[in-house]
Design a protein around this ligand. Structure first.
Ligand code: PLP
Length: 374
């Protein structure tokens, strides 16, 4: 396999997660909703894995709903708003398309959508304070941006919302797409007081097609897809038990010596940042970014540079993976940040997981040097 630096798009399934997937599929054949012994066994296994994840994240098990991925979690959260009287929603301009595409639906149902800028890559607490109004019902700001890695001040933003709530005696929901923060700096569910958050298993060496929706107050949530009654009536459909068990395993593996592993990746990232700057490349990831993402502007249009690197045996992303399907998405994030268009058009994203090594990064650097110096 090529040397893989596109972990923000998806990661390789870990051996441990793969083993758990296979064993769970083989040993838990029943449907968790069935009343017979095999069903009970499967239900117990489902709950055990929910408890395992909840303990790692420091939240209550009842606050976690399993889904088919972050896109479904996000859709579930925003669709649930359609049961309410419409109001105003403040959403950042740097959201993943899974969130931003929901806004058209909300508008169609009478919601007023206002955006929060992200100059330099960050949503500002002051701007949020200025824009909060008695009409505001929801605020949505992601925890870590998938294009640049910028870590948002979720705690500061939520605090501003809670203060406004107190002064105005009204409830405002704060949603934070936390896909790129799971298991990494930038996520603190037990402390940040968000009302909802989305997660995806395949960004942390778990299987694809498994995700999670966190709800601080699940009883206040009204599902758009309750059929079947699974997940306490909040997400109908037979649970993907092998996938969920493998997700739980991947997450606990990720959390083992988490800080040491993240420090090792930070070292790789910082070193690449420094060396690539010496090649006169513009680093696009702000200083306060996750160590797992490093974005920069290269010397050729993004797709061309990514292809040249592929020819040399490296997988990187030309912006965000989704930009390959929805052209221009990464560019719109850079535009929101205030990055010059010519730099954004040459953006490359290098992203790591805990298996990324210094040796691989050195080879990548050498490839950059060869391409740029000829
Ligand atoms: N949100 C962010 C920030 C992401 O990076 C992604 C994946 O690229 C998603 C949402 C969608 O996740 P999933 O593939 O699980 O639907």
């Amino acid at each position: 396999m090529a040397i893989y630096f596109d972990n923000a798009a998806t990661t390789v399934l870990s051996q441990r997660a793969r083993n758990v997937y296979i064993n769970t599929a083989a040993n838990f054949a029943g449907n968790p909703s069935s009343v017979h012994r095999e069903g009970h066994k499967a239900k117990e296994e489902l709950d055990r894995n929910r408890d395992k994840i909840a303990a790692l994240l420091g939240v209550k098990s009842t606050s976690l709903i399993f889904t088919s991925g972050a896109t479904e979690s996000i859709t579930a959260f925003f669709s649930s708003l359609l049961w309410q009287e419409p109001g105003e929603i403040l959403v950042s301009r740097i959201e993943h398309e899974a969130v931003s595409s929901q806004m058209a639906i909300l508008k169609r149902f009478g919601w007023e959508v206002k955006t929060l800028k992200a100059k330099g890559g960050f949503v500002s607490v002051d701007e949020l304070k200025e824009k909060l109004s008695p009409k505001t019902k929801v605020v949505a700001v992601m925890a870590v941006n998938n294009v640049t890695g910028a870590i948002q001040d979720i705690k500061g933003l939520v605090t501003a919302v809670r203060e406004f709530e107190k002064e105005n005696r009204k409830k405002i929901l704060f949603f934070s797409d936390s896909v790129q923060a799971l298991g990494k700096t930038g996520l603190d569910l037990s402390d940040s007081d968000v009302d909802g958050a989305s997660f995806s298993s395949h960004k942390i060496n778990g299987p694809r097609g498994v995700g999670m929706l966190y709800l601080k107050n699940p009883n206040a949530f009204r599902s758009y897809a309750p059929a079947g009654g699974q997940e306490s009536g909040r997400r109908g459909g037979t649970e993907n038990l092998p996938g969920i068990a493998a997700f739980a395993e991947a997450l606990s593996e990720w959390y083992e010596n988490r800080v040491e592993k993240e420090d090792a990746i930070r070292k790789i990232n910082n070193n690449l940042r420094e060396e690539l700057s010496k090649l006169k490349l513009t680093i696009l990831s702000p200083e306060n970014s996750t160590p797992y993402i490093l974005s920069l502007s290269a010397t050729l249009p993004s797709e061309v540079f990514a292809r040249v690197l592929m020819d040399k045996g490296f997988c990187v992303s030309s912006g965000s993976a989704c930009s390959n399907n929805a052209k221009g998405k990464a560019e719109s994030i850079y535009e929101a940040m205030g990055v010059r268009h010519d730099l954004a058009a040459k953006a490359i994203r290098i992203s790591f997981d805990n298996n990324s090594t210094e040796e691989e990064a050195e080879l990548l650097l050498k490839a950059f040097q060869e391409i740029i110096n000829g």
